[in-house]
Unconditional design. Structure first.
Length: 539
């Protein structure tokens, strides 16, 4: 075990012997940043939910993009970027050994056209990003196979739902988080295989429950107590669900220390069918992974996020079917890629941007196979001397402002804190704050007129304008839910705060007092049980 001090936070972190073995195998030095700061750097290159409308710099048609109108580089719509009217290799440049690598990569970053959004095989779902196979969706991000759905994040196979995150196979769901197989549910967290649940936590195989926790195979329960069906529905007509009710509810229930299902030697949270993964979060069917989040079917990956079916990757994000990838951002179906961004279906690239079906290229310049490996090895030695090798792209080089990225969602900073660190910050424009056209909204959704879709509302929290979509209004009336008084972004942030931080703490089980590791900090008020006590206590 080696103890290191983070070069940014100043906090001490540990490097295990297994970590060292991995670093030696792939040929990178021991990190100088703690896991949190390493992830912050990676996340600062991933804009998930900040979308703009601008014109494609090639065909001039209006498109949705993750870059605003002031982007210093060309931005192409999906059709143009993947078309045959331009070639990324035309921007190739020679490597200059008298200058740092990152400086040269930054120059290339300002020249190569960027893909406006990642949105594939979708229908009537223009305003979506990091998405695929969706139909009639709006502001759906990091999600796939959704239909008639709005404002969901990292959700899959969801239909006719709004304001959900980490939802798998749900229909008619509202404000559901970390749930699976739900029908007609609202304000639920970690519920599974259930229908008609309202403000519930950790309930499974249940029907018609309100304000319940830790139930199994129950129907018509109110506050964890059985209730006559007629009285249940009468009560339901008179209440309005909210996250405030949920916060109090969670404190009264039992929380599992960590959710690791069918796992062997894993530490973290929301891990399923995995082996030797720690500390990791939101993983499924992974093996031998460390410091990773949001991935499926990966092996031997360290410090990688939002990745699927990849092996032997280090310090990257947004990977799919990638093998042997070091310090990259957004790479698909590729092998042996180093320090590259937005490349696919390629192999043996170093410092490349926007390459498709390419091989043996450095800074987008084509080389022969022999030339490539000779030059690549020389550049790696050069980067070791400049103290760049093994470090991910600096946040200051990111094409996004800090508050446009996933870094702000998972590692939030104030504007003052971000600027003090040297990060860019995107300020709200005055045009985003127009005078509201309606101030009094009926609390009963059935009293709300259809004309509200033409009104301008102002968020109660951030004051930013928002409007109610026609599809949204129909959903609220169908589900008998009130019009939200906060904008989409503030509702998303509120949901995300309900998730525990990706930090493991040591505390004791609140039932048997055994020492446990959990994402619940020791000073949290919830009752946290070890795995054995939890399984024996849920009804």
């Amino acid at each position: 075990m080696i103890k290191k001090t983070c070069a940014v936070s100043g906090k001490e972190f540990e490097v295990t012997s297994d970590d060292v073995a991995f670093y030696e195998k792939i040929g990178v030095p021991i990190p100088t940043l703690c896991p949190k700061e390493r992830q912050r750097r990676r996340f600062s290159w991933r804009n998930e939910r900040t979308l703009y409308r601008k014109n494609c710099d090639l065909c001039k048609k209006s498109t949705i993009a993750i870059y605003d109108e002031n982007a210093p580089f060309p931005v192409y719509c999906r059709e143009c970027w993947r078309g045959d009217t331009w070639e990324a290799k035309t921007f190739g440049q020679e490597f200059d050994f008298s200058r740092p690598f990152f400086e040269q990569f930054s120059e290339l970053l300002q020249k190569v056209p960027k893909l406006a959004v990642i949105n594939d095989y979708s229908e009537n779902s223009e305003f979506t990003h990091l998405a695929a196979h969706n139909r009639n969706c709006f502001l759906v991000t990091g999600s796939a196979r959704c239909e008639d759905t709005l404002f969901v994040y990292r959700s899959f196979d969801v239909k006719d739902s709004i304001d959900c995150a980490f939802l798998l196979k749900g229909e008619l769901c509202y404000q559901c988080l970390e749930c699976e197989h739900l029908y007609e549910c609202a304000y639920c967290v970690r519920c599974k295989n259930s229908r008609n649940l309202y403000v519930c936590y950790d309930c499974q195989n249940c029907k018609n429950c309100f304000g319940c926790t830790n139930l199994r195979n129950k129907e018509f329960y109110w506050g964890n107590k059985p209730l006559d069906p007629d009285e249940f529905f009468e009560r339901l007509k008179k209440v309005q669900c909210s996250w405030k009710e949920f916060s109090a509810l969670k404190k009264s229930g039992i929380s599992r220390a960590t959710k690791c299902i069918q796992c062997e030697n894993c530490a973290g949270d929301n891990i399923e069918k995995s082996k030797n993964c720690s500390p990791c979060f939101d993983l499924s069917e992974c093996e031998e992974c460390r410091y990773c989040t949001a991935g499926t079917m990966n092996e031997h990956c360290f410090d990688v996020d939002f990745f699927d079916r990849s092996k032997w990757c280090w310090n990257g994000s947004s990977h799919e079917l990638v093998n042997n990838c070091i310090c990259c951002a957004t790479v698909w179906y590729s092998n042996d890629i180093f320090y590259s961004e937005n490349c696919s279906s390629s192999h043996d690239l170093f410092g490349c941007i926007g390459m498709i079906h390419a091989e043996y290229c450095i800074l987008n310049k084509q080389y022969s196979k022999t030339e490539y490996f000779q030059l690549r090895d020389k550049i790696i030695e050069h980067m070791k001397k400049t103290d760049e090798w093994g470090k991910s792209f600096p946040i200051e080089m990111s094409p996004f402002a800090y508050n446009e990225t996933a870094a702000q969602a998972y590692h939030p900073l104030s504007e003052k804190e971000a600027i003090a660190r040297g990060y860019r910050w995107k300020k709200m424009k005055k045009k985003d704050c127009k005078p509201v056209t309606i101030t009094a909204i009926p609390s009963d959704i059935q009293d709300v007129h259809n004309s509200i879709t033409k009104e301008i509302l102002a968020c109660k929290t951030c004051k930013k304008n928002y409007q109610i979509q026609n599809q949204e209004l129909k959903f609220y009336k169908k589900m008998n839910l009130p019009i939200p008084l906060h904008c989409v972004d503030c509702r998303h942030r509120e949901r995300m705060t309900l998730r525990n931080s990706r930090t493991l703490y040591t505390r004791t089980c609140d039932k048997c007092s055994i020492e446990i590791q959990t994402t619940f900090a020791p000073d949290r008020p919830e009752k946290v049980y070890c795995e054995k006590c939890y399984l024996s206590s849920v009804e």
